[in-house]
Design a protein around this ligand. Sequence first.
Ligand SMILES: NC(=O)c1ccc[n+]([C@@H]2O[C@H](COP(=O)([O-])OP(=O)(O)OC[C@H]3O[C@@H](n4cnc5c(N)ncnc54)[C@H](O)[C@@H]3O)[C@@H](O)[C@H]2O)c1
Ligand SMILES: O=C(O)C1=N[C@H](C(=O)O)CCC1
Length: 267
Amino acid sequence: MIKIAVCGAAGRMGGRIIAAIKETDGVELSGALDRPGHPMVGQDAGFNAGLGAIGVPISDDLNEVVKGCDVLIDFTTPKVSLKNLEVCAINKKSIVIGSTGFTPEERVLAAELAKEIPVVIAPNMSVGVNVCFKVLADVAKILGEDFDVEIVEAHHKMKKDSPSGTAVRMGEVVANALGRDYNKVANYHREGICGERTHEEIGMQTIRGGDIVGEHTVYFIGMGERVEITHRAHTRDMFSRGSVRAAKWVVNAKPGVWDMQDVLGLR
Ligand SMILES: NC(=O)c1ccc[n+]([C@@H]2O[C@H](COP(=O)([O-])OP(=O)(O)OC[C@H]3O[C@@H](n4cnc5c(N)ncnc54)[C@H](O)[C@@H]3O)[C@@H](O)[C@H]2O)c1
Ligand SMILES: O=C(O)C1=N[C@H](C(=O)O)CCC1
């Protein structure tokens, strides 16, 4: 039985991950963690999952929760995830990180901390989005330089980072396939007389509102036709099931940073 602890247990994803652990064979919830001072600390973790009491209280003691697990699933913020990664490395535990909004410097630090333990970091744990990542590279290569690339994403109004981690990854996949440097060609802002679109840029547009779970469209726009690749999430459950699948996979992986392409065998 693989012992999984969940960090961010009082959050939107935390509740769904606890529910996914409960429905999955071969795993058990060993601990649940949220930030010191959160009103749900001390309460049973099953309530946020809609399960009623399951006998695992939400703790604010990171070291104790990590010591009691084989793998930590963490959906919080980049800064919290880096701290969790450090504590997992000290205790030789695996970790699955779903938090988004990492800066390039934070990604380097994560890779440094992952030298001793296996780590999955993925901006999107759904099978559908990961298939999109794979086909986007092929589509970009086939359509080539004659098509302009624009990415539009939409999420709920509580989301803190922008653009989404998934949209950034889609931009990186397309830029790599076209031999461009994503950080140089991403255009996050158009306003006023900003001039014609450059050939190489990848436009990134963000919509925030209500309870949208997550939608991403990559547009390949040519003269006379366009191709659109869209993914729409209906619930958070395929992110949470993906994170449990990653947790079962990562406990047998070699040290280093992996992502869902590795977990799903899509590389
Ligand atoms: N990879 C994916 O598939 C995927 C899917 C959905 C969301 N996300 C990402 O997951 C993250 C969380 O999303 P959410 O909608 O659940 O957010 P949320 O705000 O509902 O939940 C985050 C939780 O983390 C807790 N937290 C904050 N600081 C903490 C600390 N120091 N220790 C322990 N817990 C702490 C918060 O109290 C909160 O309960 C975001 O970065 C989001 O973009 C990723
Ligand atoms: O709800 C969120 O927040 C989501 N974040 C991820 C991202 O930033 O790509 C995945 C989709 C949901």
